[in-house]
Design a binder for this molecule. Sequence first.
Ligand code: ADP
Length: 375
Amino acid sequence: MISSSTSIGILGDGQLAMMLGESAERRKIPFIGFGKDKDSSFARRFPKNFELEIKGQCKSFTLENEFFSSEALAAFQARWHTPICPKPQDYKHFENKIAQRSFYKSLGVPSPQWCVYPKTLEYPQILKTSQGGYDGYGVRFVSTAAELAPALEALGHSKGRAILVEEKVKIHKELAQGVLLDGQGGVVYLPLVESIQQNGICILTLSQPTLPDAELRDAQSQAKAILDKIAKSGIAGLYHFEFFYTTEGRLVMNEGAPRPHNSTHLTLDASDWSQFDLLVEFLNRGMLPLPSGTQIEATPSIMVNLLGKTSGTEYALKLPKIEDGIEIYPKLYLKKENRPGRKMGHVNLVDRRATPLSANEFLALGHKIFKEYEL
Ligand code: ADP
């Protein structure tokens, strides 16, 4: 077992834990990942840094998923006398979708109209399971009264699950932005990116959203105003927020996550600081690694999520031919088993040429790669 007294601890052993470990390794920050699966992404990449049980002390902990309750995090923190990021009281706002909506309301952050079932809104509406949904699995579009009962049943309402009801927003673009917060209003901004969804799963992320300049500036300034309100709330750590930019030009909050997120993986290759670098340095130093107000920029780039297309433990990625001059950074998550639709990796394409591809050209390239890669 490696000595842990100076290490940062990562609770979880999936791909986000693996990429946190890779960033810590590059920065020579000792780290340990704690998980259950010796065949997980983290354990396969860093077998010597992987532990099944927490023994000894890390100087701080973070997490890569929302499979905890805030009570469990508080008990964990008390048991090990070690800070955890996000703090249990900060995490509480994110542990289910209803708590999140209440948090945004208390801060004056714009959301779609919402209520909790059995209260209801006009049709069409969206029903969401408050806890445990991901990649669109806990979301149902309900257009008529006849569709309500089957949607409630599918979301587990009869088994006692709380259901969030939302107005169906007229979405023009889906945008996302990450921030590192110091808990005292200090903030480092990751780039505002556009995400392209297919069946509730993000398939592409663009560093330059496909919006005309004036609309993009407007969306950026609305996002900044929202993020500054969140920063002032006093929560600390790395957070990501997904927004809807409506057809009327309003930016509204969809949801947030108190951790690294798929939407800013392109910072790994297109920015001076990745989202993982920011978090590991924050955990290591206990303060923002960059001056508050810093905006991390991204070179024109796109991330294509690599979802499994076949099944099996023997698999290899084959990318289609990509235009000369564009840099290609494929990243497989080392998952033992490939399955159709499973997030197996991503590829970042970065264009450092004097005249880079436009956002729409990147988008077309992203769709072509998403369709043609083999895995
Ligand atoms: P998950 O937590 O499973 O990722 P989301 O809440 O992000 O689910 O919803 C998945 C997708 O469903 C969103 O990316 C968006 O395309 C669509 N969606 C979610 N909420 C709304 C809404 N209120 N109005 C319109 N579309 C929505």
